[in-house]
Each structure stands twice: as C-alpha cells, then as structure tokens.
Design a binder for this molecule. Structure first.
Ligand SMILES: [Zn+2]
Length: 269
C-alpha cells in the first residue's frame, strides 16, 4: 500500500504509550483523519514538532478504508503561526478554531474550501490587531456553519418571517434572528442592542464575499459577548450537541479579568 500525502492542520495530539503520539488532523485532501506517529512524542525531533496542534504540515500517511487510525510515515512543517505561540490570547482564539473543527467535523470527507478557511483564519489571528480577533473568530464560525450546511437566517425573523421591525433577539435553536414580538414570547436570547444584529449581518456578508475588511462597527463588550454567544450556541444547537469549547471558556475568563468596564471598540473603521 502506497502512502498518501496531504497538507494538514493539526487539531490536537495525545501521548500514546511511551514514545508515540495520536494526532487528529484536518487534511486538505482527505478531511479529518486520526493518525498514529510512532516515535512522534515531544523530543521526537522534526516529526514531533510538525504534529503539534496549530501546525500546518505536509503529512505522509497510510490511509486504509474502514480503518479509523492511519500510520504516519513522515511530516514536515509547512507553515506555523509564531505570534500565536508567544501570545496566550491569540493562542486561545486559534485553539477555539481547531476545537470547533474537531467538535463539528466527524467525517473523512474532502472539503478544500473549509481547509482554506481554517488556514486563513489562523493566519489572520496570528497577524491582526488584538481588537480584531473576535471578528476573525466570528467570520470563521459563519464559514464553518456554511460548510456544515446551516447558515443562520439574518435577514428576517426566523420564527414569523417579519422583516420590517427591529430584530431584537437571536434563537440558536431556530437558527437566526428573531423580532421583538417573537422574543417576547420567549424564543431565544435578547440582544443588548440592534447593533448586534447588524454586526451579525455584516460579518455574514464579509464571509459571503470572502472579505476580511471588518464591519467597522464599534461594539461594547456586552454587545461583542452577544455576538460570540449567539454564534457559539447556534453551532452547538444546529449540530445537535452541546458544544463545550475549552478555549472559549478560557477566553471568557480573560474577558472577565479584563474588567467589565473596559469597553474597547471593535472594528477598524
Ligand atoms: Zn417574529
């Protein structure tokens, strides 16, 4: 059996025995794969380094139909994100991306667009100003939702289809924005202001057009938390599971430590 080669983003890795590693990757050509790297533990030189989480590596492995695990025969780093390695906040955002992929994608199925979105998002998170990290994550979450086939309804109330009035809430269960009347009937979460709905629409438009220009809308901390929560709960509800993303909890803790009073603006307008 000849090995295959693919560009791969490492989602997570574990110890396996004394010297080996179990590595979960999202590959550009084969989707999500679980690999065993013999002798790939830390200190295992270049192979081990190429199979650390958040690396983009060229990985050579033996893919067998019907087998859950594939054996790695080689791996070389193709791209790494140095700022993320140095900065715990950036690292948390990058980790949120790979955790989301790991929790929502279960198939060994090729999706080169999704692969490119993941890589682009990690590259953005390595480079953008710190106050643009939220938007990079939101764009990624909406790209992921689109890849999974369930983009949220953001143009009219997802419950009653009313488009006229302000859309004042978001229902993760129904999958979109809801009007004040449906919100009053108990559906979904109330949004702090209408800016939250506007930003959700602008981010979705950015995702559709492939732009990363940012919404240019300045949001308060509470409004940003609304967007984050809406998208996170939406992905969990639509996927039919409780999404517990460790790095998201970590980010929430950082925000609390940041102090509720720091209303840093969002956007680059
Ligand atoms: Zn409604």
């Amino acid at each position: 059996m000849a090995p295959v080669k693919s560009r791969a983003i490492v989602l997570r890795s574990y110890k396996l025995g004394e010297t080996s590693k179990l590595v979960v990757c999202y590959t550009r050509d084969y989707g999500k794969v679980r690999l065993v790297a013999k002798g790939g533990r830390k200190g295992g030189g270049r192979l081990g380094a190429a199979l650390e989480p958040l690396m983009v590596s060229g990985v050579v492995f033996y893919l067998k139909e019907g087998r859950d695990l594939s054996l790695v025969s080689g791996a070389e780093i193709e791209r790494e994100f140095p700022s993320m390695r140095r900065d715990v906040v950036r690292m948390a955002y990058g980790s949120a991306v790979v955790e989301l992929v790991d929790r929502t994608i279960h198939e060994r199925e090729r999706d080169t667009d999704l692969f490119d979105h993941i890589e682009r998002s990690l590259a953005e998170m390595d480079l953008v100003n710190e106050d643009e990290l939220d938007q990079a994550l939101w764009r990624f979450e909406l790209s992921l939702a689109a890849a999974l086939g369930y983009s949220p309804e953001l143009s009219a109330c997802v419950q009653c289809a009313a488009a006229g009035g302000p859309l004042a809430g978001f229902s993760p269960t129904l999958g979109g924005l809801i009007c004040a009347r449906c919100g009053a009937l108990g559906s979904g979460i109330a949004l702090t202001t209408v800016s939250v709905a506007e930003v959700l629409r602008l981010v979705a438009a950015d995702v559709r057009s492939g732009s990363a220009s940012g919404t240019g809308v300045r949001l308060t901390r509470a409004e940003r938390d609304d967007v984050t929560r809406a998208l996170h709960d939406f992905l969990g509800e639509q996927g039919g599971y409780q999404l517990k993303i460790k790095s998201m909890d970590f980010l929430a803790q950082i925000r609390r430590l940041d102090g509720a009073g720091t209303e840093t603006g969002q956007g680059n307008g």
